[in-house]
Design a protein around this ligand. Structure first.
Ligand code: ATP
Ligand code: MG
Length: 797
């Protein structure tokens, strides 16, 4: 057979090659974004296999997200030119640890078929324990305890190992509750996520013989995104690599973004101490992004004090500057991004035309693309296919089989990366209404989130009292003392009287079927529902019923309160908002943000019923996983990934950097946010667009936003400041602009109000500050004509 084919080495630069070929002993690859760390890591796996140093099952390769693990597998397979299904130990920390724990569960007194609890189960369990201890759960919420316990587990602390001030957590009872929780998990034969690592570390520490076995078994260990390991993960790795020390870690201190979850960037710095004689490889050439993008990212990260510091360079000296644009509000931002994407995708945008390496496809691939995404009918795709085949023929003989159709910008080449998941809603709504396929990665889509479903269940009952499912969802959310038994009584009452659950509940209360807390709780809920329902009816009656009517014709008295105010009222009076405000868990602030976002979404509808219908249609519109789609995800989830075109919306103080990081004393939180900005920009290969809104509407009130401080840090030479003029008819610089005429055709009164409101926005201090900021960051290409727009809007409105 001859020597193994090592052609994968040819595509590496000397430094990468060194890292790949140094197979024995510890190797640390410490380098900036896009320098080919992951590429080298995968080449190293291929090389280990190819040179016969290790069997696939003898390689332990870990990373952080499932997506990253999948990609790593694919990359190795591509390098090897074959499937590598046989790599059982390539995965996330969690997936690998589950496997290990199932094998040795009995060593921590579990059975191998243990269940893994999700956060909800975990919280429920903790609540029981808190109540059993006689602690006031309102003052000491279970979620807070869950957070404390997680942070202990992240640091590999079992109850017995917690000492000193730590024990004071949770009113001095944290440790005891932690121990009780662990005991309870054991009787349930269950673990939580944190246990997966903790148990395995415990097993290895207690059973050196077993550890030794695994040290021999995993002959080579590789870790991607090493900067984000927490203490437990670090200990686990150090134990496993302790024998042969064949460990290769790659990471970038500038991309450490999980400090809030216990990651310790210090693990990187400690590497050389733990593994003396480690080969440290530094990479400086970035292969991913153009120079403008790289310079923008470097300028921002250089504002961090706490970093090792490194230089990056690239060959890609031309290309597009980073684009910066401000919008009136978040909806406008989403609208603009949608239009930009459509223009790129159809090839009319300047960028699409200038693009150096458009992805091209053969006629067959193009046919598949068109039909698979459901973009055009088979019939039309067939016609296009014929034309492409003829073109190919015309180029024959050399052309046949070689003809490639240049493609503008594929939807799967585009990503929108947000700081907070509530930002996704505006984009999802917008894309759905213009029929732009998208996928949300890492987490449910907006309307599938728990708190959104809860809130909408309230709206559903009010609009549609027969919606028993919705009523069941809210009857004890927040807690009203309605247990299973009370619910059963209500269900029986409803069934035997042939009425819906709301009416059933009325009967149950009237007939004295409910006792104590359940009785008063249900009575209160019914009274609330009645009040909200009457306000809602009024809303519908006075709302705009005839969409075709001219504005002047619609003489209507305003309802007492708008549906937006009604929604807020419901969330407040039901105690639902309060429930999350009292919640001290790390997710609670995000859930509250999502609720605010939900209320914001209502603005585009005339009433609650219209909104619910819209959501129902949206949910139905999930076209599965086929076809090209725009990716929407959080910045955290995008780590390690790359996209030709990246949109980074919402760069505003309080959003990005987050309010929490700004409130913190010291710069630790802010520096982590800045690293997140660096991660975001460095995801882009060819085009990066940063945007911000002058105003966001929070609970029906305009709030002036300040552009993010990170925008000030952008280097003017590498940034194009765009103005939204193109959107409003003035001679703007955007290809995909809308003119005022587009708006003129839209004569619904809410549009006019919206426009008037927007005009006000231009006079707001937020907008003016924003203008100053953008002009500092770079020179606007054309003067801003906000005043003109404001006048137009006022006269029309
Ligand atoms: P991040 O820090 O964002 O995880 P990374 O250092 O892991 O980035 P990779 O994802 O491995 O970088 O590589 C970035 C891009 O550069 C990829 O598209 C990869 O194929 C390409 N690349 C890496 N090394 C080379 C090389 N030597 N020659 C050509 N392209 C390369
Ligand atoms: Mg990587």
């Amino acid at each position: 057979f001859g020597a193994p084919d090592t052609s994968y080495l040819d595509s590496l630069n000397p430094a990468q090659r060194e890292a790949v070929e140094t197979l024995d002993g510890p190797v640390l690859m410490l380098a900036g974004a896009g320098t080919g760390k992951t590429k080298a890591l995968t080449a190293r796996i291929a090389h280990l296999l190819n040179t016969g140093r290790a069997q696939p099952r003898e390689i332990l390769a870990v990373t952080f997200t499932n997506k990253a693990a999948r990609e790593m597998k694919e990359r190795v397979a591509a390098l090897m030119g074959q499937d590598i299904e046989g790599m059982p130990w390539l995965g996330t920390f969690h997936s690998v640890c589950v496997k290990l724990l199932r094998r040795h569960a009995e060593l921590v007194d579990l059975k191998s078929n243990f269940t893994i609890l999700d956060t909800d189960d975990q919280i429920r369990l903790l609540k029981q324990l808190i109540n059993a201890e006689g602690i006031d759960e309102k003052r000491w919420p279970a979620r807070q305890l869950a957070g404390v316990i997680d942070s202990w587990k992240n640091r590999a602390l079992t109850p017995g190992r917690i000492s000193g001030g730590e024990g004071e957590e949770f009113n001095g009872r944290g440790v005891r509750l932690y121990a009780a929780y662990q005991a309870r998990l054991q009787t349930l034969n269950a673990v939580d996520f944190g246990d997966l690592l903790l148990h395995v570390v415990t097993i290895f520490q207690k059973h050196p013989d077993l550890l030794e076995q695994y040290q021999r078994w995993f002959r080579y260990i590789l870790v991607d995104e090493y900067q984000d390991t927490n203490v437990a993960q670090y200990l686990w790795l150090r134990l496993l690599a302790g024998g042969h020390k064949n460990i290769c870690c790659v990471g970038d201190d500038d991309q450490s973004i999980y400090g809030w979850r216990g990651a310790e960037v210090g693990n990187i710095l400690r590497f050389e101490k733990d593994f003396p004689g480690a080969k440290v490889v530094r990479l400086e050439r970035n292969y991913r992004s153009t120079e403008h993008i790289l310079k923008a990212a470097s300028a921002i990260i250089s504002c961090n004090k706490d970093r090792l510091g490194k230089d990056l360079w690239t060959d890609e000296t031309d290309g597009e500057k980073v684009r910066l644009i401000g919008h009136w509000d978040g909806e406008e931002e989403a609208r603009w991004v949608g239009e930009e994407i459509e223009a790129m995708h159809s090839g009319v945008s300047g960028f699409a035309k200038r693009r150096k390496n458009p992805r091209s496809k053969t006629p067959d691939q193009e046919f598949e693309r068109l039909t698979k995404g459901g973009r055009v009918s088979e019939h039309v795709a067939g016609d296009i296919h014929q034309i492409n085949l003829q073109r190919e023929q015309a180029l024959s003989p050399a052309g046949v089989g070689n003809y490639k159709i240049p493609q503008s910008v594929g939807l799967d080449e585009i990503a929108i990366l947000v700081r907070a998941s509530h930002q996704m809603r505006a984009f999802e709504d917008r894309f759905l209404s213009i029929g732009l396929p998208y996928r949300v990665i890492g987490g449910p889509r907006f309307y599938e989130r728990m708190e959104i479903r809860d809130a909408m269940a309230y709206f559903r009952v009010i609009c549609q009292p027969d919606d028993d499912l919705a009523f069941e969802r809210i009857i004890n959310t927040p807690k009203r003392g309605v247990g299973d038994k009370a619910l059963q009584e209500i269900q029986i009452a409803a069934r035997s009287n042939g009425v819906n659950l709301v009416e059933g509940a009325r009967i149950a209360v009237a007939d004295g079927l409910l006792k104590g807390k359940a009785k008063s709780g249900v009575a209160q809920l019914l009274a609330d529902l009645d009040r909200w329902t009457s306000l809602n009816v009024q809303q519908i009656r006075y709302g705009v019923e005839d969409e075709d009517a001219l504005v002047e014709d619609v003489a209507y008295e305003p309802a007492e309160i708008s549906h937006i105010e009604l929604a807020e009222k419901i969330l407040d009076e039901s105690g639902y908002t309060k429930m999350w405000q009292n919640d001290k868990s790390p997710e609670a602030p995000g859930r509250l943000e999502n609720l605010k976002e939900l209320v914001k979404a209502l603005e585009q509808f005339e009433n609650l019923a219209g909104f619910l219908e819209h959501v129902a249609l949206i949910m139905d519109n999930d076209s599965g996983n086929d076809g090209e789609k725009v990716t929407i995800m959080t910045l955290h989830g995008a780590k390690g990934l790359e996209f030709p075109v990246v949109f980074l919306p919402g760069w505003e103080e309080g959003l990005f950097p987050s309010q929490r990081s700004m409130d913190e004393s010291g710069t630790k939180g802010l520096e982590e946010e800045r690293r997140l900005a660096y991660v975001g920009i460095t995801r882009a290969e060819e085009l990066c667009t940063i945007s911000f809104a002058a105003n966001r509407r929070v609970y029906g009130q305009w709030q002036a936003q300040m552009a993010s401080r990170f925008i000030d840090e952008l280097p003017a030479d590498h940034v194009d400041v765009m103005t939204p003029n193109g959107l409003y008819g003035a001679q703007g610089n955007m290809g995909a602009g809308r003119s005022l005429d587009d708006y003129g055709q839209d004569s619904s009164p809410s549009r006019f109000q919206e426009r008037a409101a927007k005009a006000d926005v231009y006079n707001s201090p937020g907008w003016k500050r924003m203008q100053q900021r953008t002009s500092r960051a770079g020179t606007p290409r054309s003067p801003v004509t906000i005043e003109a727009k404001a006048t137009v809007a006022f006269t029309e409105g």
